[in-house]
Design a protein around this ligand. Structure first.
Ligand code: SAH
Length: 397
């Protein structure tokens, strides 16, 4: 047994935890030991004082994120164990290969480490804390990472937490490299394609690894097509479409910084390729201004329109409007890859929004594929909220 401070739940509020759901909501807490600090590890007990789990305490609607349902100490050894489980799973399913050194090593609750994200880009790990506890534990996590990967395989550990914590973390650009920083190769390989990753200033950890399998599927549909990649960010889908022998590929994103990286990514893989053009523009305006039938493969991968439950209805209207424009514009026999990464929007809700958009456009539409997040973004079966990425591949007659 350890000596962590304790939190006691209200009667009957232990059911979720007994089913291994890793969150304790603030409404379930009956009493807590005085002076618990945000980010501290606590022991959670049922009303009958039965041990339920240990986890990070945080102020907010989720009071505790459970790290273990065993009464154990959360230290470097604990993280070593969890990280090696995560590494072994990815190795075993064939995700870590010379032609694929870009993958998510830790996906929060999906890897039984709520609040922690670790993405691997070649010999750099980018660590992101979404809880104060993980922020506090970054030194232990770093040590554990170094043990799991030997020194030759991991040269840099970059820590990034802007916007993910309730306070402004005291971390400037100069000390964001917890380890390394001198021998930095910012070009990573995904399914044999090269991508420059801007973990320093880019969005999230620098790249949207979660679309890897969906990009591969897109590659198979690209031959001979005129492709429009909306919300392209650094051009993941565009580069796959070019390898898939698309006739033309246009990338559109409102971020001019992202667009300059798209150009570099195209160049890294294909040199000067006249098939590709970049536009830093608003996606909605761009779609409205193109002539009908200009494209016969359109990708819509917008940012999360709903970040919380209160925003669901507006978000659904947003998806409907966007998809409606695509249905209006796409050429006969076109293929639409359409996504939502809003965690609070269900598969069914998204499908209904796309269905409504299709109905207004009066086009005949068939679902070819239903897509989701890849295996390195696993969903903990006891935490269904972990399923966030939804996609449909549609044939538009
Ligand atoms: N498909 C990308 C990830 C897209 S993330 C990939 O595979 O890497 C969402 C992107 O939408 C971000 O790059 C953001 O800059 C862009 N974005 C947000 N609002 C936009 C708008 N109104 N018009 C165009 N792009 C927008």
């Amino acid at each position: 047994m350890n000596t962590y401070k304790e939190i006691v739940l209200k009667p009957k509020k232990d059911e979720f935890l007994k089913r291994f759901h890793p969150w304790v909501f603030s409404g379930a807490v009956a009493s807590k030991f005085d002076g618990i600090e945000e980010g501290e590890v606590v022991r959670v007990l049922s009303h009958e004082r039965e041990f339920l789990g240990v986890g990070h305490y945080q102020i907010g609607s989720i009071s505790v994120r459970i790290l273990s349902f065993k009464d154990e100490v959360i230290n470097t050894k604990f993280y070593e164990q969890r990280l090696s489980e995560a590494f072994n799973m990815r190795k075993q399913i064939g995700l870590i290969r010379p032609d694929n050194n870009t993958y998510r090593l830790v996906h929060g609750e999906g890897d039984n480490l709520p609040g922690l994200i670790i993405d691997i880009y070649g010999n750099t790990a980018v660590l992101q804390a979404h809880s104060v506890g993980m922020h506090n534990d970054r030194a232990e996590i770093t040590k554990a990472l170094q043990t799991v990967y030997n020194q030759d395989n991991l040269k840099n550990i970059f820590y990034k937490s802007e916007g993910t914590l309730p306070f402004k973390a005291d971390i400037g650009p100069e000390d964001s490299y917890i380890f390394g920083g001198a021998d930095v190769d910012d070009v990573a390989v995904e399914n044999g394609l090269k991508f420059k990753i801007d973990w320093l200033k880019g969005q999230k950890t620098g790249f949207f690894i979660d679309q890897r399998e969906n990009r591969r599927l897109l590659e198979r549909y690209s031959e001979g097509r005129k492709v429009l990649n909306m919300f392209s960010y650094t051009g993941g889908f565009s580069v796959y479409a070019l390898r898939g022998s698309a006739l033309e590929v246009d990338s559109v994103d409102s971020s001019s910084k992202a667009m300059s990286i798209v150009d570099q990514n195209v160049h890294l893989n294909f040199g000067d390729d006249p098939r590709h053009k970049s536009y830093s523009e608003d996606a909605f305006k761009f779609l409205n201004n193109i002539p009908n039938d200009r494209y016969d493969l359109i990708i819509l991968d917008p940012p999360a329109f709903a970040k919380h439950r209160g925003a669901v209805n507006n978000a659904l209207q947003g998806y409907k409007k966007l998809n409606h424009s695509a249905f209006e514009k796409i050429a006969k026999g076109g293929i639409l890859f359409t996504f939502s990464c809003s965690q609070v929007i269900t598969k069914e809700q998204f499908r209904l929004a796309v269905f409504s958009a299709a109905a207004i456009s009066k086009r005949k539409v068939q679902i070819l594929h239903q897509l989701t997040q890849p295996a390195d973004h696993p969903i903990n079966i006891y935490h269904p909220e972990g399923e966030y990425l939804k996609g449909l591949v549609l044939y538009v007659e």
